[in-house]
Write a protein that binds this ligand. Sequence first.
Ligand code: SAM
Ligand code: SF4
Length: 434
Amino acid sequence: MGAETRTKYYLWTVGCQMNKADSEKLAAGFDRLGMKAVDRPERADLVVINTCSVRQHAEDRAYSKLGRIRDLKKERPGLKVAVMGCMVGLKTDELAKRFPQVDAFARPQQFAPIMELVEGPAEDLGGEFWPTTYAIPEGPTAYVPVVHGCNKFCTYCIVPYRRGRERSRPVDEIVREAAYLAANGVREVTLLGQTVEAYGHDLAAQPDLGDLMREISAIERLQRIRFLTSYPKDMTDRILWAVAELPKVMECFSLPVQSGSDAVLDSMRRGYTRAEYLEKIAEVRALMPGAGITTDIIVGYPGETEADFQATCEVLESVRFDKVHVAAYSPRPGTIAFRKMEDDVAAEVKAERLHRVEAIEGRISQEINATYVGTTQEILVEGTRGGQPFGRTRTGKLVHLDMPARPGSLVNVHIEHAGPFALRGVLEDALVVA
Ligand code: SAM
Ligand code: SF4
């Protein structure tokens, strides 16, 4: 098909890594159908907005994007517009009323309504989730979703309602995708799941995440394996041992605690107490003393008192996370918290608590990063920004290099400077150039 006749698509994405992976897969499907990506909606025949619903702020960004698309559609009525992702629930009538400019709504990973807009796939893209349609790698790192959905139903969270129940992909299917990525220049895969250690329990042979990592480790050209997001109760000793034992698996954990108060954790239905969470951290550190650990915190959850918040600050001070993602509680229609609890922490109190968490995290991150100065770290060079190469340590620290290095190479870097967000260093040698 000549370039001038190809359907042009513009794909805009907000939200988590899983959403980015969904967009990459959709783009790969479009590319297989001979469509062409463009970087501005003005140049597109089809606009797809991939949305996030985890907080109101993310929805607002999609609304504002859709407002601009509405104007474009007035000028060009032939333009097709699709909205996909977590803003799309079972019922779409409210959304359709609010956004008459949208031609199709697609739930996360349910690409069929979008494909109907482009007159359906001309070839078989591989069934649900298009398991044989692989995202085209853009560099040495790639995301690979391994378990879709979530069964946990934390009271505040919309994800299980939008992404459905946990469904694991078969081991061989994931290994084939990882091997394809490795053959196409990828050196590091990040295995994704809302609770990634839940992987496999719904498959007949019941493999766990460790078994999957073992299989992926055997792919020769792949150098590194990461995984997120962890859930304390699903993180078994067996999985932890696999992470510790397998040299290609990075000792880097994203382990959301959400709150340090037992009362709040119980109300959130997180399924663990503060002591149990701290025990899990101790287990990780006993096996992997230098492991990188990041967390997520929600401040201003319904009923959170100053004492509850203090308990969260105590956990931050005692665990000393490498990074803390903090968010103010945002009521999500449809969730248990929205239906049963009053959003009773004032906006200014939420903001103040958020800033207090940021201050603690900024200080601790800086202190931890400073301990890297003078050490040698193995870095996978991921790309260049402003002409300067960058990559990550095994523990997930961002490192800028003060000299040229080829993306995709594993190098030893002597760390010379540490800031709160990143480290800087110089090459010691080139370890592996694949
Ligand atoms: N599955 C992971 C877990 O168990 O924590 C995280 C997935 S969730 C989509 C990503 C983060 O968004 C959560 O860790 C939580 O901190 C935040 N989040 C989810 N719902 C929220 C809400 N209603 N208000 C504020 N933050 C929220
Ligand atoms: Fe949401 Fe809880 Fe599932 Fe994480 S574990 S995605 S916070 S319901």
